[in-house]
Design a protein around this ligand. Structure first.
Ligand SMILES: N[C@@H](CCC(=O)N[C@@H](CS)C(=O)NCC(=O)O)C(=O)O
Length: 202
């Protein structure tokens, strides 16, 4: 049985979206980041980084949300995992790109511009983050001008990984990036996405 460690109120939402797409059984340890459960020797043995998500797939332990989703889609021979090597490589490219260019930057931007209580916000962190977020969104916008999806002719793990990571962008004004707005809406309208989102927002 697949066990998923992490709450939907963390990057684990990406994995919950993927297992919903795959329709596979799983059990979840609904643990928040930095919760006491993730600070035990047992949890550090699973992920020495002390972070979620982590999966234990019948004894195979894997961390890193993007790698987990690529693995699960490939293992279950999902149509979301491109069979063409070039489209497969594009799925890796966009997943790695998101982690490099947007993942922490967008969290820092939104936390320090609106999510944290005002006294805790550091405008300089928001400003520095925005200087990376805006050009990264420009890159994504340009890609989506050329193609409706990121890795081939249909929705794939590439779209899932990047759109799931852009969960917070659902609450942003994306007027300057209309292609991203439309693509994000298409991705998050999928039933598995709506289900994962409901788990986070309950
Ligand atoms: N690159 C990792 C990042 C994982 C990550 O930072 N997880 C956060 C929750 S969203 C966490 O567990 N933080 C706890 C900590 O920093 O100790 C991934 O995509 O899985």
């Amino acid at each position: 049985m697949l066990r998923i460690y992490g709450s939907a109120r963390s990057r684990t939402i990406r994995v919950l979206w993927m297992v919903g797409e795959l329709g596979i059984p799983y059990e979840q340890k609904d643990w928040l980041p930095r919760s006491p459960e993730t600070r035990t020797p047992e949890f550090y043995a699973l992920n020495p980084n002390g972070r979620v998500p982590v999966i234990d797939d019948d004894g195979f332990v894997l961390s890193e949300s993007m790698a987990i989703n690529l693995y699960l889609a490939k293992k279950h021979r999902s149509p979301l995992y491109p069979s063409d090597p070039k489209q497969e490589a594009l799925a890796w490219q966009w997943s790695i790109w998101e982690i490099d260019r947007l993942d922490r930057q967008i969290v820092n931007y939104l936390r320090h511009s609106k999510e944290f209580p005002e006294a805790q916000r550091k405008p300089e962190i928001a400003e520095t983050a925005w200087k990376e977020v805006a050009p990264a969104l420009d890159v994504l916008e340009t890609a989506l001008t050329k193609s409706e999806w990121l890795a081939g002719p249909a929705f794939s793990v590439a779209d899932l990984n990047v759109a799931a990571a852009l969960y917070r962008a659902l609450s942003m004004d994306l007027g300057k990036w209309p292609r991203i707005q439309a693509w994000l809406n298409r991705c998050w309208a999928r039933p598995a996405a709506e289900k994962a989102r409901a788990m986070r927002e309950k």
